[in-house]
Ligand binder design. Structure first.
Ligand code: NAP
Ligand code: MG
Length: 399
């Protein structure tokens, strides 16, 4: 194909599962390949290939992002007992996102894509709320155990010199469960830095919340480190840019978030960010309108849609239905990665294309042609509810 935009350097392309895998191919075929001579290092993280490679492909893809600096990822199945049966797997593999995040040690920023005519469920929200999710440790790197019967559970730390520290977790009166979690000072510091850097870039105030009243040592450490990084590295820059930082308890934060008008970066611990980003995404409109970018301390970035593989739609697609699955966040994952590649490589043509594709997508929705999830929310009834294929064609027309 003549006249396609060329890329100086490759980016990492990570394919995934189910309905998002179907849309991935479609987005590439219709919206990218006709315009760009795509240069990617491709990794197939579809569940079957992860199983075939004993999950080696997942770590390889993360190391490739560290090397090339930019990646884009499709949603992937996190395997469980049902999936093991469904896909006839050798073994259960860990969540690919957790593996990638652990290798890149990053912070995930999630932001809803706003479109004219689609109002958030929370009527006070005027501006997007960005979630900054710490992407290392806590329950995502836990050790847990079923306790069969009465006995003592202890936490033991053996220092490098062999000395020991131990505390009692519980004197169990009967069977139950136990879990050990951890985090690292360095990772928390990088989390705080990533948040303040993002906030300075986007001119947003920063909120951080945890449960330090109950978890005085664990969450208390998060609070202290965040504060220390702010005071020693960012306070002056934030003051100069008119950006405030404020810490509160997680329950207080939630009350304020729902009553506020948005327009801030909400820094969340790993689990809080996981749960709250789905709440923010759904309340902002649709899960399919939430973008997600993982920023590692080295500067490497990975873009994805915040939603999963849209399993229910996939089963309907397998039966022949042309589902109305919304590809917007997937498209924005690609445009985010292409724009970043353009910035790093100094290839403004590529950056301009990414912007045009985003504009064409938003314009399609704003002009009343949209998938079903948005049609339900549209202020004015849409002129057309489209399936994914028709929606992508409608974008192509404007592109
Ligand atoms: P999901 O795929 O996000 O879908 C949940 C529901 O949200 C869908 O059934 C659909 O609602 C709606 N939805 C999500 N994305 C949509 C889109 N693009 N267009 C229209 N509607 C959309 O979550 P899930 O069903 O809980 O998880 C499915 C699989 O995804 C699981 O195996 C999970 O492990 C994986 N997952 C992966 C990631 C990731 O890779 N980043 C993240 C989360 C989950 P309706 O059915 O009502 O239309
Ligand atoms: Mg989640």
């Amino acid at each position: 194909m003549p006249d396609r935009i060329t890329m100086k350097n490759a980016l990492v392309e990570i394919d995934g599962d189910e309905m998002t895998r179907v849309l991935w191919g479609l987005v590439k075929e219709k919206l990218l390949l006709p315009y760009i001579d795509l240069k990617t290092e491709y990794f197939d993280l579809g569940l079957e290939n992860r199983d075939r490679t004993d999950d080696a492909v997942t770590s390889e893809s993360a190391h490739a992002i560290a090397r090339l600096g930019v990646g884009v990822k499709c949603a992937t199945i996190t395997s469980n007992a049902d999936r093991k049966k469904e896909y006839n797997l050798k073994a259960l593999t860990p969540s690919p996102n957790a593996t990638i995040r652990a290798i890149l040690d990053g912070t995930v920023f999630r932001k809803a894509i706003s479109v004219k005519g689609i109002l958030p469920t929370v009527s006070t929200w005027k501006k997007p709320i960005v979630i900054g999710r710490h992407a290392y440790g806590d329950i995502y790197k836990n050790a847990e155990m079923l306790i069969p019967g009465p006995g003592k559970v202890e936490l033991v730390y053996t220092a490098a010199d062999g000395s020991e520290k131990r505390i009692l977790v519980a004197d169990m009166k009967g069977s139950g469960i136990v879990q050990g979690i951890h985090n690292l000072d360095d990772s928390i510091k990088n989390f705080a830095r990533a948040c303040f850097l993002y906030a300075l870039d986007e001119k947003l105030p920063v909120w951080f919340a945890s449960k330090d009243t109950i978890s005085k040592t664990y969450d208390g450490r998060f609070k202290d480190i965040f504060n220390q990084i702010y005071e020693t590295e960012f306070k002056e820059k934030c003051n100069a840019a008119g950006i405030s930082y404020f810490y509160t308890l997680i329950d207080d934060a939630i009350a304020r978030v729902v009553k506020g008008e948005g327009g801030f970066l909400w820094a969340c611990k790993n689990y809080d960010g996981d749960v709250m980003s789905d709440m923010i995404a759904s309340a902002s409109g649709s899960l399919a309108m939430m973008t997600s970018v993982l920023v590692s301390p080295s500067g490497a970035v990975e873009y994805e849609a915040a939603h999963g593989t849209v399993q229910r739609h996939y089963y309907r697609w397998q039966k022949g239905e042309k589902t109305s699955t919304n590809p917007t966040a997937l498209i924005f994952a690609w445009t985010g990665a292409l724009a970043k590649r353009a910035l790093l490589d100094n290839t403004p043509e590529l950056g301009a294309f990414a912007k045009k594709l985003e504009d064409a997508t938003l314009k399609t929705i704003e002009e009343g042609e949209m998938p079903g999830d948005l049609a339900r929310l549209a202020q004015n009834a849409p002129s057309k509810v489209l399936n994914s294929w028709e929606f992508i064609d409608a974008i192509t027309k404007r592109l």
